[in-house]
Design a protein around this ligand. Structure first.
Ligand code: PLP
Length: 384
């Protein structure tokens, strides 16, 4: 092992949202397993590249370097079997902001946006905060696995302007299959719906699964898709606010880039250095990270099955987010939230992922095993 994911590094007092913005109960701070970032150091190669850039000492206005393009293309080709062209690539300071830009660019107030619920809360908030309507295609939980209700999706697609896809899916942890994505994509083609494919978790894939970019499946699907990638989830870089937007269709791309240009959205000088180093040197790190996360995932599932059997973790195929089915506890939204707060852990409440998330909680396992065990022990005590 080259990387030590067992190392516990304090993130307190670093203005970390995860660690420093958590609730206190009677003066005791909860241990955080909520917002989706890692408690691991970025790869040493990324830290070295950042140090070198920092040593230069001048951090003026910056452009995205040409060298970034082959690095990004190589990562997407090697890891997801999708060959993209240089000019398809743009950058934004984050994927949620890219989602907002695309919604503003390609829909108008009152238009409807299709999402697969339960879903990452900004998929619901960004459209509604900007006067768009949400159409929810609820996924079906069948024997511990979420499945797509295609019939409902097809029906609802008739009224939608845009489909916001999370693949891998946050919070269910599903890594959608080629067949599922083909079906979704073809329904969008048939109904003339633009797809925003948020593939931010596309590197966090467990053994036995493979990430497929929806845009790679056919010419028709490619031509209606805006695909979003980032090194942020994988390499502990979320605070550097840099993401990659891939738009094969020239008309859509020109409109999106024009939107970015007129808004003078600036470039994070360190974000682009970190992204390039991560995609250039990050494969060993990712390999070891996935082994570590997989053993955390399996440990949590085993622990909960054994000690808190009324809380049923959904086995994630991808992402470091474990969706906990807490419906057997028979607690309402407020009571469920209170239960975990009293236990001394901060998780994400399921109801914020849409009505389909009621009775669920989301647990982030992207931490050293020692931290994971502490949280599970707290939950076990409260449960007992
Ligand atoms: C599906 C999904 N999209 C986007 C984001 C956030 O992306 P960014 O920080 O680039 O805005 C997250 C973070 O949890 C996520 O889970």
């Amino acid at each position: 092992m080259k990387y030590n994911f067992d190392e516990v590094i304090s993130r307190e007092n670093t203005a970390s949202i995860k660690w420093d913005v958590v609730a206190e109960d009677n003066g005791v701070k909860a241990l955080p397993y909520w917002i989706a970032d890692l408690d691991f150091k970025a790869p040493i190669e990324v830290i070295e590249a950042l140090k070198e850039r920092i040593e230069h000492g001048i951090f003026g206005y910056t452009a995205y370097s040409e060298t970034l393009i082959p690095t990004v293309k190589n990562w997407i080709s090697k890891r997801y079997d999708w060959n993209i062209e240089d000019e398809w690539i743009s950058y934004t300071p984050g994927i949620v902001s890219a989602i907002l830009y695309a919604i503003e660019c390609f829909t108008k107030a009152g238009d409807s946006i299709l999402v697969q619920t339960p879903v990452y809360p900004p998929f619901l908030q960004v459209p509604t905060d900007n006067n768009r309507k949400i159409i929810e295609n609820n996924m079906i939980l069948n024997n511990g696995k979420y499945e797509i209700d295609f019939k409902d999706f097809e029906e609802k697609a008739k009224n939608a302007k845009l489909f916001l896809l999370s693949n891998p899916h946050n919070p269910s942890g599903r890594v959608f299959t080629k067949e599922e994505l083909e079906k979704l994509g073809n329904i969008c083609v048939k109904n003339n719906i633009l797809i925003i494919a948020d593939e931010i978790h596309s590197d966090i894939i467990y053994k036995g699964y493979k990430h497929t970019p929806i845009a790679s499946l056919s010419e028709e699907i490619k031509n209606i898709t805006i695909a979003c990638y980032s090194a942020s989830k994988t390499f502990s870089l979320a605070g550097l606010a840099t993401s990659i937007i891939v738009i094969p269709n020239k008309e859509i791309r020109d409109k999106f880039n024009e939107y970015l240009n007129v808004r003078h959205i600036s470039v994070n000088v360190l974000g682009k250095v970190a992204l390039e180093a991560a995609y250039q040197y990050g494969e060993d790190y990712l390999f070891e990270l996935m082994n570590y996360l997989e053993s955390n995932r399996d440990f949590l599932i085993d622990y909960m099955n054994r000690y808190t059997p009324k809380i049923k973790p959904i086995k994630a195929e991808g992402t470091y987010l474990i969706w906990l089915d807490c419906r057997e506890l028979n607690l309402n939204d407020e009571e469920l939230k209170k239960f975990f707060k009293k236990a001394g852990v901060e998780l994400n409440s399921g109801y914020t992922f849409g009505d389909a998330g009621k009775g669920f909680m989301r647990f982030n396992i992207g931490c050293p095993r020692e931290t994971l065990v502490k949280g599970l022990e707290r939950i076990k005590s409260a449960y007992n």
